[in-house]
Design a protein around this ligand. Sequence first.
Ligand code: FBP
Length: 265
Amino acid sequence: MKQERMSAFVKDGRSMLLAYDQGLEHGPSTDFNDTNIDPSFVMELAVKGRFDGVIFQKGVAERFYTGGVPLIVKVNGKSALVKGDPISRQVCSVEYAVSLGAKGIGYTIYLGSEHEAEMFAEFGLIQEQAHERGLPAIAWVYPRGAAITNDTTKEVVSYAARSALELGADAAKIKYTGDPVSFSWAVKAGAGMKVFMSGGPKAPTDEAFLKQVQGAMDAGATGLAVGRNAWQNADPLQMAAELRKVIHERLKVEKPLSTPGSQTP
Ligand code: FBP
């Protein structure tokens, strides 16, 4: 049943999602340039790059979602300006997300934060409302706060995956541990739930990033939810094509990519 809810986003058991909520999460001056500050650029990349889904906050979805690729609406969010243990609260109802065309509902949980109980409770309601409508609830589970010293250890990342499973998520988006062996424990902790590797800050080279993706796929991940490593790339369509090779065509990463300067999707 849970697998079926994700079917809009998964082909042959695998998936690549394009995330673009960093304008709220990090601020425009942290992540964007003159090109990718325009949500239309990313919408076009999602379609032309043949991603299996695109992730927006509701304001961007309202103004810029044009169809052509299934939509996930992130229904909670926070800015980077507040310090201390993080909490991200609901900013969009499931019903409204559906009215915008959402085929999936996204929600971030900061596992280990002193506020995790509030996010657990909110996600619990959202998951039920999403399931009533036949939509998947996708949990971004990011261990964070004073109690977390390292958010990419095997123990912490597998805890993130397991928490998503136990809280009823159809899929979890988690950080990569750095190697396929330890990441496979996190996939195992998900007990069949779809596991997506989170892209993270732009890697030093395309090859380095694709090797991480390869490692996650070798560990049994369903795929990748990527933002900065795609739309910050000098050639985002080329990066999308390379991701497709690793994720959907199951080819091995062999040599560095050429990175021409164009930013036009
Ligand atoms: P990236 O591939 O750019 O890391 O995007 C994935 C994502 O989960 C976004 O959806 C979200 O805005 C961001 O990472 C959160 O990043 P951080 O780890 O800094 O909170």
